[in-house]
Ligand binder design. Structure first.
Ligand SMILES: C[S@@+](CC[C@H](N)C(=O)[O-])C[C@H]1O[C@@H](n2cnc3c(N)ncnc32)[C@H](O)[C@@H]1O
Length: 255
């Protein structure tokens, strides 16, 4: 059985349902409306296959991807070369990192918040504070648990196909220690690669962050201020008015 983050191509196909151009449009709208400084240097945390890299570079930004997986970083380096875009890559742990360069915008996608304890949650935000310039925005996609994921009915699953490779993805969640707010997420890709059947599995442990504790953490932070949160990647849909939440995004600003 293959490991998820050692299988960048299959991961990329599995999560190719996103509208990348529309997401980069939202980055730009957010920067225009809520950023306090002009943006040139963009940092993607847990960058994986760097889905937004090419679009960002073509729009004039300088992209850096940070990830812990060598296979994912090598895949993105090869993609940058193939697309003739200039980008930087760093192998580091999102929980605790220091970088020489500073950025005006940072983002983290698809709940890639791999802190497993309260201490690691704080350590992550301290790391981001070290590398984000004052006035810069940090966008978090699906990183706060507005609903306990393990209460999601059944599993989440879907199928994608590209270049003759069919990938059926199943995501399941189960609680580990309720009082510690830890839960396990398992992602299984059932791949049919031009007739060859392959199973790819990834298991991650997360420390859930609940919405009002997130607000309190940011409100009491010396490094960030809360800007807003919205439903389903739509800056016209603030979450405070939502009864059903799907793919929420959050913006905080470095102060
Ligand atoms: C769900 S993927 C997200 C990839 C990409 N950002 C996207 O939008 O599709 C999560 C990525 O986080 C990386 N990762 C997992 N734990 C990490 C850690 N502690 N520090 C940095 N990267 C990590 C994995 O290698 C993987 O590439």
């Amino acid at each position: 059985m293959a490991e998820l983050y050692d299988s960048p191509k299959y991961y990329e196909i599995a999560f190719a349902w996103r509208d990348i151009k529309a997401e980069v449009d939202l980055f730009e709208k957010a920067i225009e409306e809520y950023g306090a400084i002009p943006v040139k240097n963009v940092l993607e945390i847990c960058s994986g296959n760097s889905p937004h890299m090419v679009e960002l570079v073509r729009r004039g930004y300088r992209y850096t991807g940070l990830d812990l997986s060598r296979a994912m970083l090598d895949y993105s380096i090869a993609k940058a070369k193939a697309e003739a875009v200039r980008a930087d890559f760093i192998c580091a742990d999102m929980v605790d990192f220091e970088l020489k360069k500073k950025y005006e915008f940072a983002y983290i996608m698809l709940g890639s918040f791999f802190a497993t304890s309260t201490r690691e949650v704080f350590s992550h935000f301290e790391s981001v504070a070290r590398v984000l310039k004052k006035g810069g925005l940090y966008l978090l996609d699906w990183c706060v648990q507005f609903e306990p994921p393990w209460e999601t009915k059944g599993s989440s699953n879907w199928e994608m196909e590209q270049e003759g490779i069919r990938v059926h993805t199943t995501v399941t969640w189960e609680p580990i220690k309720l009082a510690r707010q830890t839960f396990k997420e398992t992602i299984v890709l059932d791949v049919n690669d031009k007739g060859r059947e392959i199973k790819v599995t990834g298991t991650n442990v997360h420390r859930a962050i609940y919405p009002q504790e997130f607000r309190r953490m940011i409100d009491y932070s010396d490094d960030f201020e809360f800007v807003g949160w919205w439903n389903n990647w739509d800056l016209d849909k603030p979450l405070d008015f939502a009864y059903k939440i799907s793919r929420p995004i959050i913006l905080i600003r470095r102060i």
